[in-house]
Ligand binder design. Structure first.
Ligand code: SAM
Length: 333
């Protein structure tokens, strides 16, 4: 977010009032997102990860005839976004849901096709900076990590209590790309065995540090960073639902509708990239296959040959945009 609190989008200057939601999360790649979504008068969009409403606010501000359906699974974020977006009245409809249900949500809203879908994936600063929700080792809190705190799915602490050593190691390896995953899993299960199951962020951070050491060098990241990422992805089932969500989003787009996807780590970006390639007609059959059996058809045109990343200026103002990658496509017939 620019320091003077105003954004230049498509030639118009958008005044963003200082309110609570705006101060809690800076929308990444905002101008680039709006440019690629290219909102026009009369169009309808889905913001599948409404969060604090920063991207939606910019979309709605382009014209007073644009409507947005906002989805988020975090009730706390929704309450803040509602206040921020109050002035847009009926033009914004908000749903507390997982975006895996995007088709049903749209059907319930009696609007089957839309002109654009945005997903700015991952956690918001509201979640990451919370002292009580367990996303970060910067605060000692119960090891929860559920983006939807109302759901009855397992928390990170419950996962670490119920899974086998091998399953914990696999999660840390696959979702955190942590090469010491087995060492960490062994220690978690050993602690459990002596009646000291890991229940807080502080306990997990300390355990990982003891298992793999502190790391060397000036710019070293905390040794528990990858383990925390892995657990968060597992708790929220982030990767499993992604490909189907992209396919559903393309399905609900009108012809020439735009889909913009922003990711924050390589595992997510790989799924986005490969799913878009498949939808753009790329064959993924093994090289020696005599003929294509993967049955791809060309449903979209990819609009970003390479992912768009944050400019130096944006990084100066919002270092959290550092790992953001934006990919976009346009629906064909
Ligand atoms: C990076 S933030 C989005 C920030 C938003 N673009 C803004 O400008 O404020 C990601 C949001 O997506 C939500 N989210 C992540 N995965 C979700 C899912 N599967 N279904 C619904 N919401 C999800 C999170 O709760 C979080 O609020």
């Amino acid at each position: 977010m620019s320091k003077n609190n105003a954004l230049k989008i498509q030639g118009c200057s958008l005044k963003v009032p200082k309110n609570k939601a705006e101060n809690l999360h800076s929308p990444v790649l905002l101008a680039e997102t709006v440019k690629l979504l290219n909102p026009q008068t009369g169009e309808i969009f889905v913001d599948a990860t409404l969060g604090l409403g920063g991207h939606t606010e910019a979309i709605l501000s382009v014209s007073d005839k644009i409507r947005v359906f906002g989805i988020d699974q975090d009730r706390e974020a929704i309450e803040l976004a509602k206040k921020r977006l109050e002035r847009f009245g009926e033009r914004i409809k908000i749903f507390h849901a997982n975006f895996s249900g995007i088709k049903q949500i749209l059907a319930d809203a009696e609007s089957k096709k839309v002109d654009g879908v945005l997903a700015d994936l991952g956690v918001s600063s509201l979640q990451f900076d919370s002292e009580i929700r367990g996303f970060s080792f910067r605060f000692d809190a119960p090891l929860d990590m559920r983006m939807n705190a109302d759901s009855d799915t397992e928390t990170a602490a419950e996962l670490l209590e119920s899974l086998s050593e091998e399953e914990i190691a696999d999660i840390i390896y696959q979702y955190g790309e942590e090469r010491f995953s087995r060492r960490i899993a062994r220690r978690i299960v050993w602690k459990r065995g002596i009646g000291e199951a890991v229940k807080t962020t502080g306990e997990l951070a300390e355990l990982v540090e003891k298992a793999i050491g502190r790391g060397k060098g000036k710019n070293k990241t905390h040794p528990a960073t990858k383990t925390f990422q892995a657990l968060r992805i597992a708790v929220n089932n982030e990767l499993e639902i992604l490909e189907q969500f992209i396919r559903d989003s393309v399905e609900i787009l009108k012809k020439d509708g735009r889909l913009v996807l922003i990711t924050f780590h390589s595992l997510e970006d790989r799924i986005v990239k490969q799913t878009l390639q498949k939808l753009a007609g790329k064959c993924f059959c093994p090289p020696r296959m005599p003929q294509c059996v993967c049955g791809t058809t060309k449903e979209i045109e990819i609009l970003t040959k390479k992912p768009i990343v944050a400019s130096e200026k944006e990084l100066e103002e919002n270092p959290r945009a550092r790992s953001a990658k934006l990919r976009a496509c346009r629906k064909l017939n």
